[in-house]
Design a protein around this ligand. Structure first.
Ligand SMILES: NC(=O)c1ccc[n+]([C@@H]2O[C@H](COP(=O)([O-])OP(=O)(O)OC[C@H]3O[C@@H](n4cnc5c(N)ncnc54)[C@H](OP(=O)(O)O)[C@@H]3O)[C@@H](O)[C@H]2O)c1
Length: 269
């Protein structure tokens, strides 16, 4: 049965960029591996001041990365990098995060971006989530005063070359702090990715499981996996949702992403 809804639902459609994407931040990239190096180089190119936080900031490979990243980039200890920065990206393995968090000092009010895939190998060899809820909810419990945001951005290969598919790759973003989510979406847009508002932080459980699915072909020894493209042709007319879900209305967590504007959907009899 078709449900009759008279609801004002905010949907997000492509529009011209607004100012959030233009802000310049002090960003700590903790970890100088595949993902940390990809993000650091691209965020510096977008005008942010990048400090790599490393267990050994003086080692030659880290110094080479700083040089590649550009004049405003530096490397420091993990703690120094966090102290200097408003946004801290955890580009380290999940198993390293619990001991890392207390090392980062006072995280009050700082945006802590969780890009980890919190996977471990199950007894059948397949990956499974190493936490009961999600990595981000666990991190929020370890750092209660931080503004935790979940996004994996994209693969390091795509972060380095966002045009490889000819269209921007989707990145899913979840957070309880709407402004923090919008700021991280701004970074994603500057990285030429396409943010999808995944909702509050608990929705990071779904993002974590997508990460597990991303890894699955690789642990099977296959040389492919997946990334997703945006679909902008959704039918905005009313559909039956009775017994299934009610649209989110006036949700204060609903993000206004810098490259998106809200439009109204009016469903009537
Ligand atoms: N690679 C991707 O495409 C991708 C995509 C999305 C998300 N991620 C996630 O991003 C995180 C980093 O992935 P990655 O591929 O960049 O890993 P990686 O190449 O192994 O680099 C991880 C970096 O973390 C630092 N680190 C700090 N504590 C560590 C410890 N106890 N053991 C090992 N390294 C430690 C190291 O930098 P220092 O030696 O300088 O301290 C290391 O270079 C992971 O959680 C991963 O799931 C990766």
């Amino acid at each position: 049965m078709k449900t009759v809804l008279t609801a004002l639902v905010t949907l997000l459609v492509l529009a011209s960029p607004v100012s959030l994407a233009e802000e310049s931040y002090f960003v700590a990239v903790i970890g100088t591996g595949d993902m940390g190096s990809a993000l650091g180089v691209q965020l510096a190119a977008a005008g942010h001041t990048v400090t790599y936080g490393s267990r050994d900031p003086s080692r030659p490979s880290v110094q080479e990365l700083v040089e590649t990243t550009g004049a405003s980039a530096t490397a420091a200890t993990q703690r120094e990098a966090a102290d200097r920065s408003e946004i801290i990206i955890l580009a380290v393995p999940w198993f390293a995060v619990e001991s890392l968090i207390p090392e980062l000092g006072d995280l009050s009010g700082k945006i802590l971006v969780d890009i980890t895939t919190g996977s471990q190998q199950g007894s059948d060899g397949y990956p499974e989530l190493a936490v009961e809820t999600s990595t981000s909810e666990q991190i929020q419990a370890w750092a209660p005063d931080a503004r935790v945001v979940k996004t994996a951005f994209a693969s390091a290969t795509t972060v380095r070359d966002p045009h490889r598919y000819g269209e921007p790759v989707m990145t899913y973003i979840a957070a309880d702090d709407r402004e923090a989510k919008e700021i991280v979406a701004g970074l994603a847009i500057q990285l030429e990715l396409f943010p999808l508002d995944a909702g509050p932080l608990r929705m990071s459980r779904t993002i974590d499981h997508l990460g597990i699915l991303y890894l699955t072909p690789m642990i099977q020894g296959r040389n492919h996996t997946w990334e997703t493209l945006p679909r902008m042709d959704m039918d905005l007319s009313c559909v039956s949702t009775e017994g299934w879900f009610e649209p989110v209305e006036d949700d204060e967590n609903l993000a206004r992403f810098p490259n998106l504007e809200a439009v109204d959907r009016q469903c009537a009899d």
